[in-house]
Design a protein around this ligand. Structure first.
Ligand code: ADP
Length: 659
C-alpha cells in the first residue's frame, strides 16, 4: 500500500487527484429486483431478505477476495465468513489517496462487521472509496453464497459508523470553520496566541483542497534560490513586467520599488536568480491582470518566508530544491519531501491538537450568529445530525475554501469561460461548495472577484502523472506538436488546451526527468502496466502508443531540445528551460482542464478581517484562504494558493486571539 501511496503522491503533485470517476464494481452486482416490481413489493421482499441474512448456513465459510473501482483505480480486499457472519475484512492493494481515504478504510469495514450490513453510509469526502469497499464486500458476499441485496437492506444503527467526537453547544474564544490549510493554520495560530479554539470540519477528514494539492509554496528564499542561474530569458520577463503602464498609485509605488531592486541587482553583477517579496507581488499582480488588491498581495508576499519558517518550526519539512510549479512563473515553488499538501496538513493537525485545539469532524457550519452587530458564533450541524450553537468571544474565522464543487455557483458567477457547468470536471474536494461565501454574504460581507474561476490544465485523463513542474516540461497535442509556452499563466494554458483536438494534451518526459521528480521504477512500472501513462523506449514507440504521428513528435522533441540548449525565449515566448528530453524510456500522461480554484470570495483587509458592503470591518468576523477574494485577480499564480491559505490563516488566527 505504501507503493500505491507513492503513486498517489505523484498524482497530487499534479494537482489533479480525485477527479471524480464513479465507483463502479468490476463484478456487476446480482440483479434481484425486476423493474416492474412495485415499491411495496420491493420493500416487503427486502425486509424478508434482511431477516434471512445472517442466519446459520447463510455463507460458505472461508476467505474471498474481490476488487471494485475506487477513486484512483481498483480497491482490492478480502472478506472472511463464518457460516452466519462476516468476521473480518482486510484491505489489500489500492491506489486511494492516504488521508482522504483513511476514514473510509477505518469506518466502513468496521461498520459492516458491527451491523452485518451493506447498508452502511458512505463517508463524506471519500464517497468513491467507500463505495468501492461496499461493492467489493458485496462481491465477496455473493462468492460466499450470501445475498448481497439482502444485506444492503439490513438497518444500520445511527452513528455506528461515525468515530469522531460529537460537538455540543459550546463557548470558546475563537471558532474556526473549515479544516483545510487556512483553517488549521488559523486554529494553530490562535491557540499559540493564547486563545481557546474549536475547529469544525464538515467532512469526515481534515485537509480540504490543501490536502489534495501538491503543496507547492511560493516564496522568495535567498538561501534556497542561490544556485539558480539568472538567464537572459528570465531578465526579459522582469523587464516586460516593469514596462507595464501604471494602473494605480499603489501599483506605481510597488513598481518603483522593484525597479530600484532590479537596478541594484544588475549593478551588483550577481548571476543568481533575481527575486524579492516585491517582485513576487508585482509578478502576481501582473499575472492576475492587476485585478488583485495591492495591499493584500504585498501582505501575502512579505509574509511567505516567515510563514514557511513558522511551518518548519511546527514540523513541516521542506526540500532544498526550488522549482516552478505549473503556472508559477518563477523559480520559487518550495515542496515538502513527498511533494504533497498532505504533509502540511498532517503537521498542522498534530500541532493544533497538541496545542489544545478541539477538532470536530462531520460538523457543518450552517449559519453565523450575529449579536449587537458582531459575529458571535455559528450554528453547526454536528456528527449526530443535531443543530448546536458555538459562541466565540473573540472571533469566528471562516476558512471553508472555494466553490469549485458547486456547479450552480460556478455558473452563476462565471465571467471568464464559455462553459463552466456540469460538463466541466473539478479536481477539488467535494467540500468546496462555497458555504462560507453564502454564510458571509448573509451577514453583510462584500464579495469580490467572484467571476474569476481557475481551470487547471493538468487534470489527468490517462489516470497518472509524472511532473507538475514546468522547468523541463514539453506539452504536445494529439497532432504531436507543441501549442503553448509551458511556463505561461494557468488561464492561458487552459484556454490553449481547450482549443486543441479533444481539449486534451500530453506532457512528454524522459527517464531522467521522471527520476528527478522522485518517480521510482516501481511506481513508473505500475502506471505503465495499468495504462495510467503512455511509454516507449524511443520517441517513435511512445508516439505510436499515444496514437500521435511519430514523425511530428520526433521533430517536436528535437526542436524542444535545441531550444533548451539555446535558453532564449522561443516562438511561443517560453522563458523557463532546464533539461533536454533524451534518455529513454519516454513517458507521456494525458490531461484536460478541470475547475481548480475560485479566485473570488469574501473581501478582507490585511489583518484578515471581513469587510462589509459599506467598506467597514464586520466586528468579530475573520476569513482566510480560498473563501476570500481580491488577492489573485483574474488568475491565481500556481504555488500561491497554499501560502495564501497559510499566511492569512496565521494572520487571522493571531488577530482574532488578540481581541
Ligand atoms: P483553504 O485552502 O482555503 O484552507 P481547503 O479547501 O483546503 O481551503 O479547506 C476548506 C475546508 O473547509 C474543507 O475541508 C471543507 O470541507 C471545509 N468546509 C467547507 N464548508 C464547510 C462548512 N459549512 N462547515 C465546516 N467545514 C466546511
Amino acid at each position: 500500500m505504501r507503493k500505491m501511496a507513492a503513486i498517489l503522491l505523484s498524482m497530487t503533485l499534479l494537482l489533479s487527484a480525485c477527479g471524480g470517476n464513479g465507483g463502479t464494481a468490476t463484478t456487476a452486482a446480482p440483479e434481484t429486483t425486476k423493474a416492474e416490481t412495485t415499491a411495496a413489493e420491493t420493500t416487503a421482499a427486502q425486509t424478508t431478505a434482511a431477516e434471512t441474512a445472517g442466519q446459520e448456513g447463510a455463507y460458505k465459510p472461508g476467505t474471498y477476495t474481490a476488487s471494485a473501482q475506487g477513486n484512483n483505480g481498483p480497491v482490492t480486499l478480502s472478506v472472511t465468513f463464518s457460516e452466519e457472519a462476516i468476521t473480518e475484512i482486510t484491505i489489500g492493494e489500492h491506489g486511494e489517496t492516504a488521508g482522504i481515504s483513511d476514514s473510509a478504510f477505518d469506518k466502513i469495514p468496521a461498520a459492516i462487521i458491527e451491523n452485518q450490513s451493506l447498508g452502511v453510509d458512505t463517508v463524506s469526502g471519500a464517497t468513491y472509496t467507500s463505495q468501492a469497499i461496499l461493492d467489493a464486500v458485496a462481491d465477496c458476499v455473493t462468492q460466499a453464497g450470501g445475498d448481497a441485496e439482502a444485506l444492503r437492506a439490513v438497518p444500520v444503527e445511527a452513528g455506528a459508523d461515525s468515530a469522531s467526537a460529537v460537538l455540543k453547544d459550546a463557548q470558546v474564544d475563537v471558532l474556526v470553520i473549515g479544516g483545510g490549510g487556512a483553517g488549521l493554520s488559523a486554529a494553530l495560530s490562535a491557540s499559540q496566541n493564547g486563545a481557546s479554539v474549536i475547529l469544525v470540519e464538515k467532512l469526515s477528514a481534515l485537509g480540504g483542497n490543501t490536502f489534495r494539492c501538491g503543496g507547492a509554496f511560493n516564496t522568495c528564499d535567498p538561501e534556497r534560490q542561490k544556485d539558480i542561474p539568472m538567464t537572459e530569458a528570465l531578465s526579459s520577463a522582469v523587464e516586460k513586467v516593469l514596462a507595464h503602464e501604471d494602473v494605480s498609485e499603489e501599483h506605481a509605488k510597488l513598481k518603483a520599488e522593484v525597479q530600484k531592486q532590479w537596478d541594484e541587482y544588475k549593478a551588483s553583477g550577481s548571476t543568481a536568480l533575481f527575486d524579492t517579496p516585491e517582485w513576487h507581488a508585482l509578478q502576481s499582480l501582473d499575472a492576475g491582470d492587476y485585478e488583485g488588491n495591492v495591499e493584500l498581495v504585498r501582505t501575502l508576499t512579505s509574509n511567505t518566508l516567515d510563514t514557511l519558517n513558522w511551518l518548519s518550526d511546527n514540523g513541516v519539512e521542506w526540500t532544498d530544491q526550488v522549482s516552478t510549479v505549473v503556472g508559477a512563473l518563477w523559480n520559487r515553488s518550495h515542496q515538502t519531501p513527498n511533494n504533497s499538501g498532505a504533509d502540511i496538513i498532517a503537521a498542522l493537525e498534530k500541532n493544533a491538537g497538541a496545542s489544545g485545539v478541539e477538532i470536530y469532524l462531520d460538523s457543518k457550519a450552517e449559519e453565523l450568529v450575529v449579536e449587537d452587530g458582531r459575529v458571535a458564533g455559528a450554528i453547526i450541524t454536528n456528527a449526530d445530525g443535531d443543530k448546536v450553537t458555538v459562541k466565540a468571544k473573540k472571533g469566528v474565522i471562516m476558512a471553508t475554501g472555494g466553490f469549485s464543487a458547486n456547479v450552480e455557483m460556478r455558473v452563476k458567477y462565471n465571467k471568464q469561460w464559455e462553459d463552466i457547468g456540469e460538463s466541466v470536471q473539478t479536481n477539488n474536494s467535494p467540500g468546496a461548495t462555497g458555504d462560507g461565501i453564502v454564510m458571509g454574504e448573509a451577514v453583510g460581507a462584500n464579495l469580490v472577484g467572484m467571476g474569476w474561476i481557475q481551470l487547471m490544465p493538468l487534470n489527468s485523463v490517462s489516470g497518472g502523472g509524472i511532473s507538475g513542474y514546468v522547468n523541463s516540461s514539453l506539452y504536445c497535442n494529439k497532432e504531436g506538436k507543441r501549442f503553448v509556452a509551458e511556463d505561461q499563466r494557468r488561464d492561458v494554458l487552459a484556454a490553449a488546451v481547450l482549443a486543441q483536438t479533444d481539449k486534451l494534451f500530453y506532457i512528454v518526459c524522459d527517464q531522467k526527468e521522471a527520476e528527478l521528480r522522485g518517480m521510482t521504477p516501481e511506481v513508473l512500472g505500475y502506471m505503465v502496466q495499468n495504462g495510467l501513462i503512455y511509454s516507449g523506449d524511443t520517441i517513435a514507440e511512445l508516439a505510436e502508443n499515444m496514437g500521435v504521428p511519430a514523425d511530428a513528435l520526433e521533430q517536436t522533441v528535437k526542436e524542444f531540445n535545441e531550444a533548451v540548449k539555446a535558453g532564449k525565449p522561443d516562438e511561443f515566448g517560453r522563458t523557463t528551460w532546464e533539461n533536454t528530453i533524451e534518455t529513454g524510456p519516454f513517458y507521456a500522461p494525458s490531461f484536460s482542464p478541470a475547475v481548480h480554484h475560485t479566485m473570488g470570495g469574501l473581501e478582507i483587509n490585511g489583518s484578515g478581517e471581513v469587510i462589509n458592503t459599506d467598506g467597514e470591518v464586520i466586528p468579530g468576523f475573520y476569513a482566510a484562504g480560498e473563501v476570500t477574494g481580491g488577492i489573485h485577480g483574474t488568475n491565481r499564480v500556481g504555488g500561491n494558493a497554499v501560502p495564501d491559505a497559510l499566511c492569512f490563516g496565521k494572520i487571522a488566527g493571531a488577530n482574532a486571539a488578540s481581541n
